[in-house]
Design a protein. Structure first.
Length: 427
């Protein structure tokens, strides 16, 4: 799971696309609107700390059913470590460079290796539809806390396996978070206002599907920010991912989902030059993807300034029904845990379908006059809807007329109403 950099792509630095799905990962093509997380991969190597070579067209060479490149198989030396077949890519004119990329590709990891960083979270999509209830139970037994399920992409795609995956994760006692693979625009030349509108539309689609699937509004919703429009290859779009992502999160909040996190590659999470700026989005709200060459270590943790670090796409869990790798992350700040609103310990107001009501701390609806936080309110004796404006309280047992402001609070002293002045005594 990595994305391309916002800064200029320097001559000689290329990026390899690393699909983060499992069995179906060994393919050069991904169906439209079903990108796995980390489709735009940025792999750190010895030769270049932020990139690895790809072919002359910037594409991956196709892989056959045995996991070998369709064109000539790369002949590695005896020191070439075992790597996932999906990164065994042929480089068009430079076999030596291809061998170098193989030597420095991220290692295959095994879940029972205690030297690795914690396995706090895994993320899955339709590519992992092969997973069984037993596999989810194994995740729980091996210390995984959260399963992050791809729910939607753009404004049309819904993961067909999501409902079953969510249920199996819950059955296993795992926390469930969900992610949306954001597009926001199919062109790098789209005006920012249009991009922002699309971001809000994608948020609405994401939220509506989450509600249809019975997810609580305390569920952590994740913006997977890595999509690069085709006309942006070699140059960066002038629209701002950070601003669009803020619009996305704001719209989710309006839909009732208060907690949004953002997934991006390390290269994008840089103030001033990155697409996803930590100072604006909150560093602890960022889930950062960076696959190091070699094997990551619990004694040398990276990206601790962020909320979470996705450190591999190649974790093999022992005891699974199938030996296919999963993406794994360490959750530094517990950012995938659901955040429920605090339980009120005093009367409170709540908006429901556009109308404001008052409730006691135990959830009982309030009717009539009631003081909340030192202010008097009036709630309709039948419906409980908060009242505003001039109100005669004779039907509430008091022979007087009072005035409630737009926020529902009783007002005193001189007040101008419809061009006329009135005096309301506090007693």
């Amino acid at each position: 799971m990595f994305t391309l950099k916002k800064a200029a792509i320097f001559t000689g630095l290329c990026f390899i696309t690393l699909a983060a799905h499992a069995t179906y990962a060994d393919t050069a093509e991904v169906p439209v609107n079903n990108h796995p997380m980390g489709y735009y991969a940025e792999v750190q190597t010895n030769e270049n700390p932020m990139s690895v070579p790809v072919d002359a067209q910037g594409k991956l060479a196709p892989i056959d059913e045995d996991g070998q490149t369709v064109k000539e198989e790369i002949q590695g030396d005896t020191e070439t470590p075992k790597v996932s077949s999906r990164v065994r890519r042929a480089i068009a004119d430079d076999v030596e460079t291809a061998q170098a990329s193989l030597r420095n590709a991220p290692s295959d990891l095994v879940s029972n290796d205690t030297s690795l960083p914690r396995k706090d979270a895994v993320d899955i999509a339709s590519w992992q539809e092969w997973m069984t209830q037993s596999d989810f139970n194994q995740l729980k037994a091996k210390g995984v806390k959260t399963v992050i399920v791809k729910l939607t992409e753009s404004t049309t795609y819904i993961n067909p396996a999501a409902k079953a995956q969510i249920q199996m994760a819950k059955n296993a006692g795992l926390t469930v978070a969900v992610y949306h693979f954001s597009h926001f625009s199919e062109s790098g030349k789209t005006a920012q206002a249009t991009v922002n509108n699309t971001a809000r539309a994608e948020a609405n689609f994401f939220a509506n599907v989450a509600k249809q699937y019975g997810l609580s509004t305390s569920t952590v919703m994740i913006n997977d920010a890595e999509y690069v429009p085709e006309d942006s290859v070699g140059s960066m779009p002038y629209w701002d991912w950070t601003v669009a992502s803020q619009n996305f999160a704001d719209q989710l909040k309006k839909q009732g989902f208060a907690t949004t996190r953002h997934y991006a590659s390390k290269a994008w999470a840089v103030d001033g030059v990155g697409q996803m700026e930590p100072s604006k989005l909150g560093a602890k709200n960022l889930w950062i993807a960076q696959y190091l060459y070699g094997k990551p270590s619990a004694s040398n943790l990276q990206n601790t300034q962020f909320g979470s670090w996705q450190y591999t796409s190649q974790m093999y869990f022992t005891g699974f029904s199938r030996q296919s790798p999963l993406d794994v992350s360490i959750d530094y700040a517990d950012i995938f845990a659901p955040i429920s609103p605090p339980t009120p310990n005093s009367p409170y107001l709540k908006v429901i379908n556009g109308e404001t009501y008052g409730f006691l701390a135990n959830g009982q609806k309030i009717f009539g006059q009631y003081a909340i936080n030192g202010h008097w309110y009036l709630f309709d004796k039948t419906t409980g809807i908060m009242q505003t404006g001039l109100q005669n309280l004779s039907t509430y047992g008091q022979n007087k007329t009072v005035y409630y402001g737009a926020n529902g609070q009783m007002l005193y002293g001189e007040q101008q109403i419809n061009g006329k002045w009135y005096l309301f005594k506090k007693n």
